[in-house]
Design a protein around this ligand. Structure first.
Ligand code: FES
Length: 327
């Protein structure tokens, strides 16, 4: 492929007095083939144009996760992203990962990200729920999330991490699913109880960004949904998010439509609903108070069929392959 000249617009960051971060944009022109990686272009800049540019890299093979950065608006691995794919009108924009403290230029402090991962006990524990057989479905679940290389791409683009720094994040929850879905784990319920607490699995807003940006196809949000299903099955339904989900489930099953009039009270309880009186008055003023009379959707029998199918296999509804248990 013929070489082309691309503009690399790079966010230069520097910590100045009082820990304040000073940022500016700097442009570099680099002549590379479109299928060259962003990482090789960065090396070209550092080696021949500006030795002060700071970024991380190690394996160059999408294994270590250290080159994760924001590339043209999405967090990706620089060693896996082709310049021609990342460029918009010949410009590649580079910035450090979001939702993480920046150290210099494109290098972030990955420490807080790993602190979140460390809240998940990283070993199988003996206990009353230990099983001795590992079926294919369980193996697939464990295998899927074990592909995670802890690059932080999912956390960087997570919309919930942006507004709630206490949120444990998609990578840590994928890690949790690795243990909860392993039949050999003896304390699954204990883990699910911990994961049902605030800022854990129910804090995810299901924006799917983690699924889009994961360079290893781990699909953290799918793992979160499966964790929630398991948590509900164990009876950990006390939080407002769990009650909200159950209210949806109940309404759609019954009538194919959501009864928004009673949704808030079923989610927040009476006291919580009274605290939201201001919002209710605002809706009333705008003529947006939902009808108190439940509406029955047409074709509800079809909805019931879907529910019956899902309820036959509530924990693994997404798994199409038949279960094969080794002899
Ligand atoms: S350098 Fe290791 S993942 Fe990119």
């Amino acid at each position: 492929m013929a070489e082309q000249t691309y503009t690399f617009r790079i966010q230069r960051n520097q910590v100045v007095g009082g820990g304040r971060l000073e940022s500016r944009w700097q442009e570099y022109q680099v002549k590379v083939e479109p299928n060259a990686t962003v990482l090789s272009a960065l090396e070209e800049i550092k080696g021949h144009q500006d030795g002060s540019l700071t970024f991380r890299q190690s394996c160059r093979s999408a294994i270590c996760g250290s080159c994760a950065m924001r590339i043209s608006g999405r967090t990706r691995l620089a060693c896996k992203t082709h310049v021609g794919i990342a460029a918009r009108d010949g410009v590649v924009t580079l910035a450090p990962q979001a939702n993480q403290p920046v150290l210099k230029d494109l290098a972030i402090d990955i420490g807080p990200f790993f602190k979140r991962i460390q809240t998940i006990r990283p070993f199988l524990e003996d206990g009353p729920e230990t099983a001795t057989q590992v079926g294919k479905t369980a193996y697939d679940h464990v295998n899927q999330v074990s592909q995670c290389i802890m690059c932080g791409c999912c956390y960087s683009d997570c919309t919930m991490a942006e507004v709630s720094p206490e949120y444990i994040g998609p990578a840590a929850l994928a890690k949790a699913f690795r243990f909860v879905s392993d039949p050999r784990e003896g304390k699954k319920s204990d883990r699910l109880r911990q994961l049902s607490e605030p800022h854990m699995m129910w804090a995810c807003s299901r924006c799917t960004m983690c699924v889009h940006v994961c360079p290893k196809d781990v699909k953290p949000m799918e793992a979160i949904v499966k964790l929630r299903t398991r948590g509900i099955a164990k009876g950990y339904v006390e939080g407002p998010a769990q009650k909200h989900a159950l209210a949806f489930h109940e309404d759609i099953k019954k009538s194919g439509d959501l009864n928004e009039f009673t949704l808030m009270i079923r989610t927040l309880g009476l006291v919580g609903t009274l605290q939201e009186t201001g919002s209710a008055l605002h809706l009333l003023k705008k003529g947006k108070i939902p009808s108190p009379f439940p509406h029955q959707a047409r074709g509800i029998d079809q909805v019931s069929k879907v529910y019956n199918l899902l309820e036959q296999n509530p924990l693994d509804v997404e798994t199409k392959a038949p279960e094969i248990v080794p002899e």
